[in-house]
Design a protein around this ligand. Sequence first.
Ligand SMILES: [Zn+2]
Length: 74
Amino acid sequence: MKVDMRSIYRFEPIPGADPLPSGGDIYYECECGKIVSSVSFIKAACDCGNLSGGQGTVTVQHPEKVKPLRGKLR
Ligand SMILES: [Zn+2]
């Protein structure tokens, strides 16, 4: 099932985040437009393959294409 994360969470960019932070309220927005949780326990991947997550971690191929966001439940 495809879920639009933006309909569930309100996202705020995290400025100056280098290296990428991770945590329960941290999400990664890829330049392809997809948002993946930084601690995804479900299998998740973005459209371009840059982000692939599951089992509590996310593998980032190209961190420079990723924007970290803080997500708050709406
Ligand atoms: Zn992508």
